[in-house]
Design a protein around this ligand. Structure first.
Ligand code: PMP
Ligand code: GLN
Length: 384
């Protein structure tokens, strides 16, 4: 369509996301798509049947704005069981249209003009635009390469009277690192004398390896008291396309959150909420997920053992970072395009997750794929 009128963009530096870009490129070249994070296998047929059942039962109109009560109840039970945290499903939980919506609502609820927000880089791509749209000022702290640990001294040095929030993500996308008990102590010390809120993106809470427990902020009452803890059913039930997530926050924070949520989307998909509520009765699904993905990580790593890619440690998520400096000196954005177009395997160049486009010559590969897909991809990667 022709358009002559000019508008002043609110996000002048933002283009289409790397996930859209790489998936499109993978499709164009019929490449194996290990770029955008999503499973190439189906959800449990029982879950699909449950959604169908609830549609047939007539659960097809608007859900309550905060989410259906039985699903909020199940989420509260899970949180109590896993993290020994008591939260009130009436006031502290909001079901959202994916974690992306929850992140946007949490950031919009608390970030005012000129508020500073600490963002660790590399950072999942939705944080920065949400901060900017609300007039916030991003304050970047880089995770230390190559272990991607948090430098808490640097965080301390960047706290100012204007710091409104810290955005945390563990298990971390794209690096696969996790926060530890030591990190929690440092965080507690830093925030205790400040009015700093925390937005904790825990969408990979059930995908954590080698017997390590997930350090949800919900385990720590002093931190939970100032946090929005966000998760996603898409990651846990192999249903990224259904876009249902949730946010747990104390009553007053949840109330502010819901003021935004009710006008971003009002309510989220009704029959899918009923289906998740029912499948959550069986804890096995989320309790076995870590082992399921650990086997995939290990398979992928063993298949690439004789390749010229060098793995970085991966403790959680379904992403494996791989160094390629033994293969090419090209920037990761160029190398990932060539890998897709010439060899037929798509991966994500993590430099796009830094505002300074730091290029460490690594690529992010998604291993949420059938063993067959991983084997085919590895065969190609081993030839390079
Ligand atoms: N945060 C992180 C770190 C993610 O990897 C994702 C997955 N895209 C999201 C948030 C968004 O989750 P959802 O698909 O439920 O919106
Ligand atoms: N979370 C997914 C990833 O990191 C993709 C999210 C998206 O496509 N927006 O690959």
């Amino acid at each position: 369509m022709k358009q002559t009128m000019k508008i002043l963009s609110k996000l002048p530096d933002t283009g289409i996301t790397i996930f859209t870009l790489m998936t499109r490129l993978a499709q164009e070249h019929q490449a194996i798509n290990l770029s955008q994070g999503f499973p190439d296998f189906d959800a449990d047929p029982k879950l699909i049947e449950l959604v169908n059942n609830h549609m047939r039962l007539g659960h097809n109109q608007y859900a309550p704005m905060q989410g259906i009560p039985i699903l909020r109840q199940r989420i509260a039970e899970k949180i109590q069981y896993l993290y020994q945290a008591v939260c009130d499903p009436e006031t502290d939980i909001t079901v959202t249209s994916g974690a992306t919506e929850a992140l946007f609502c949490a950031i919009s609820a608390v970030v005012n003009h000129n508020d500073e927000v600490i963002i660790f880089e590399p950072a999942f791509d939705s944080y920065l635009p949400a901060v900017r749209l609300n007039g916030g000022i991003p304050v970047f702290v880089k995770l230390r390469y190559p272990d991607y640990a948090i430098d808490w001294d640097e965080v301390k040095s960047k706290i100012s009277p204007k710091t409104k929030a810290i955005i945390l993500n563990s298990p971390h996308n794209p690096t696969g690192t996790i926060i530890t008990g030591q990190d929690i102590k440092q965080l507690q010390q830093i925030v205790q004398n400040h009015d700093i809120l925390i937005i904790s993106d825990e969408v990979y809470e059930h995908i954590i390896f080698d017997g390590i427990s997930h350090e949800s902020l919900l385990r720590y009452p002093d931190l939970a008291d100032r946090s929005f803890v966000i998760s996603s059913f898409g990651k846990t039930y192999h249903t990224t396309g259904w876009k249902i997530g949730y946010c747990v926050a104390p009553r007053l924070l949840s109330a502010e959150f819901q003021k935004i949520h009710q006008y971003v989307t009002f309510a989220s998909n009704t029959p899918i909420q009923y289906a998740y509520a029912e499948i959550m009765e069986d804890r096995g699904h989320y309790l076995h997920l870590s082992l399921f993905y650990q086997q995939k990580r290990d398979l992928f790593l063993s298949l690439l053992q004789d390749s010229r890619f060098t793995p970085l440690p991966c403790h959680g998520t379904y992403f494996q970072m791989m160094g390629y400096s033994g293969i090419s000196k090209e920037p990761d954005t160029i190398f990932s395009r060539r890998l897709t177009a010439e060899y037929g395997v798509a991966a994500i160049p993590p430099s796009v997750f830094y505002h300074t486009n730091d290029d460490n010559k690594v690529l992010r590969f998604c291993f949420a794929k059938t063993d067959d897909t991983l084997k085919k991809a590895a065969q190609i990667l081993c030839r390079i």
